[in-house]
Structures are given as structure tokens and as C-alpha cells.
Design a protein around this ligand. Structure first.
Ligand code: F6P
Length: 324
């Protein structure tokens, strides 16, 4: 392998820049050329490439977002789109790819590999932490800290006004952000897709809280939660059933995807970026680099996509116990 292309794809996540930096510098260290591909697979189709040496990635380890930009390319889902992308890679002498993204990006990488036998390695980058084969995806730790900081602020005002807040957090179909940030921020209840409490249980729990002397409450709701009502409908439902509560809603939204990456995410990105390059140079392909029990590991891309990243049952129990 002589020239490695690196791209970021799907929703951006803090730590993606640190991973790009690590890939570029590991390439330089091992005397392989490195090319940055802009806007994910869309840039691959359009030939939006830039040669990157070690100095091209200076001062980005601390930056949120992705300097290579990101996209969710519809065109790459077509055979013609992938054909164009492959032709561009060939023309530019790129003979392997590092794809930083989530399961949609990995699915694209897998299909591309199966069609063209093109060496690909994935680095899990998404705030959702919904990838099998790694305890942490890039950006997840930073997003947790962002959410906890936001809820701490909401708690101040909730407390001053004796209010109940529903705080909606991201995570797509997974409850990792909600569960962990909810525990970290001392939430009263945490609603996650993996465990549907049901509306009665929620009302019951809020009633008990009131009776036990709590004057304000935070309920963290994962965006993919399956209780059957969105946060605004939940507010109406609770106000109808418990008129004594003054309820407000806060949807944290895309602020969860931005900001300076935490030290954890920077170190993780650096480790995974180096390992991705080393793995390609060892002649391996179709793997995702990840972190399991603090060791950098390799998982087949297919498993990473199809496997379930489950929320920890112990955490669910802890949350139930300490919200008494
Ligand atoms: O996958 C990351 C994520 O932020 C999810 O948590 C969320 O559901 C989705 O992306 C939002 O996507 P978009 O930025 O396209 O609105």
C-alpha cells in the first residue's frame, strides 16, 4: 500500500479531527502518502481530494467538527456512484481507505470492498455509541460531558421554579447518551428505547417523587425512546394527569455534536487512527478498530454493523436505585 485515503462520513462527532490527524501522521511515520477526501463518499465521487502531510493537520486535535467535512451521500448508494468513486481513487493512486463514521458509513465501506476488493478500515465516529465492537465511539465521551453540563444548567432553573423538565437528548435508536448522561446529571427518570417503562410507571414514579419531598425533577428522554409520545406530548400528558406539576421541555439538539473534544476522545482518536493505518499496512481489510477493555481491538466490519451495542443492565439498575 502506497497511498491511503481518509474520509469522515455521516453525522460529525468531536474527535474526528484528532483521528484524521493521527491517520495522516501515522502515514507519514510509515512513509505512505495520505490523501484527505472531502465530504465523505460524496467527495470520493466528485474527486474532491487533497494530499496531506504531517503539517497539514497541525492545530486540529482540539477542534470539534471535521476539517474534511462530512456528508451522507445518496449517490454512493448507487452502483454508478461507487463506480465513479472507484475510478477517482484509481486515477489518484489511492489504494486503501480509512473511513471514520458510523454504521451507515461502514455499510458503504463494506459494499465498496466487496465490489472492488478495495482495502478498507473503519474508525467508529459517532456521538451515539451505537457500534458493536467498541466500548466507546469517537465523540461519545465529549457529548456526554456536553449533555451533563447542559442539564446542570437546566437543573438550576428547574430548582428555582419547582419545575419538572423533560430533556431530550440524541442517540438515534440507542439510549447510551441518555442513560449515562442521565446518571451523571442526577436525573429522576431516564427514558431509553432499550427499556420501555410505560406511561403509568412514569406517572407513578413522578407521584412518588413529589410525595418523597422532591420539588423539581429532570427526566432525560432519549430521542429514540419507545414510550409512544414525543417530549412535547409527554409534557401535555403529565400536566393533564398531574396538574400540580409545572412542566417544561428542553431539546438539546445539535449542540451535542459540537465542541472541543474531551481528552478521552482525543486519546482514543489518536490510538484508533494509528491502528487503522498499521492494520492496512499489515494487509488486512474489512475491519473496524475499536476499544475493548482499554485495548485497541479489531472487529470485522460486518459484525460492527450488525451486532447490537447493548446498554449496560447494571447502569439501568444503578439509575433506578439512586433516583429514590
Ligand atoms: O448519528 C448522530 C446523530 O446526531 C443522531 O444522534 C441523530 O439522530 C442524527 O445524527 C441527526 O442527524 P442530522 O444531523 O442529519 O439531523
Amino acid at each position: 500500500i502506497k497511498k491511503i485515503g481518509v474520509l469522515t462520513s455521516g453525522g460529525d462527532a468531536p474527535g474526528m479531527n484528532a483521528a484524521i490527524r493521527a491517520v495522516v501522521r501515522a502515514c507519514a511515520f510509515y512513509n505512505v502518502e495520505c490523501v484527505g477526501i472531502y465530504r465523505g463518499y460524496q467527495g470520493m465521487i466528485e474527486g474532491d481530494f487533497k494530499e496531506m502531510g504531517p503539517r497539514a493537520v497541525k492545530n486540529i486535535i482540539n477542534k470539534g467538527g471535521t476539517v474534511l467535512k462530512s456528508a451522507r451521500s445518496k449517490e454512493f448508494m448507487t452502483t454508478e456512484g461507487r463506480q465513479k468513486a472507484h475510478a477517482n481513487l484509481k486515477e489518484n493512486g489511492i489504494d486503501a481507505l480509512v473511513v471514520i463514521g458510523g454504521d451507515g458509513s461502514f455499510t458503504g465501506a463494506e459494499i465498496f470492498n466487496s465490489e472492488y476488493k478495495f482495502p478498507v478500515i473503519g474508525i467508529p465516529g459517532t456521538i451515539d455509541n451505537d457500534i458493536f465492537g467498541t466500548s466507546h465511539t469517537l465523540g461519545y465521551d465529549t457529548a456526554l460531558n456536553t449533555v451533563v453540563e447542559a442539564i446542570d444548567k437546566i437543573r438550576d432553573t428547574a430548582n428555582s421554579h419547582n419545575r419538572l423538565f423533560f430533556v431530550e437528548v440524541m442517540g438515534r435508536d440507542a439510549g447510551h447518551i441518555a442513560l449515562n448522561a442521565g446518571i451523571g446529571a442526577g436525573a429522576e427518570e431516564i427514558l431509553i428505547p432499550e427499556e420501555n417503562l410505560g406511561l403509568d410507571r412514569l406517572i407513578d414514579s413522578l407521584r412518588k417523587s413529589k410525595e418523597s419531598g422532591k420539588t423539581s425533577s429532570i427526566v432525560v428522554v432519549a430521542e429514540g425512546d419507545k414510550i409512544g409520545k414525543n417530549v412535547f406530548e409527554l409534557k401535555d400528558y403529565v400536566e393533564e394527569n398531574m396538574p400540580e406539576y409545572d412542566v417544561r421541555v428542553s431539546v438539546l439538539g445539535h449542540m451535542q455534536r459540537g465542541g472541543t473534544p474531551s481528552c478521552f476522545d482525543r486519546v482514543l482518536a489518536s490510538r484508533l487512527g494509528v491502528k487503522a493505518v498499521e492494520t492496512l499496512l499489515e494487509g488486512k481489510t474489512n475491519l473496524m478498530v475499536g476499544l475493548l477493555q482499554d485495548k485497541v481491538t479489531l472487529t470485522p466490519l460486518e459484525q460492527a454493523i450488525k451486532g447490537q451495542s447493548r446498554v449496560d443492565a447494571e447502569l439501568v439498575k444503578v439509575s433506578d436505585i439512586i433516583s429514590i
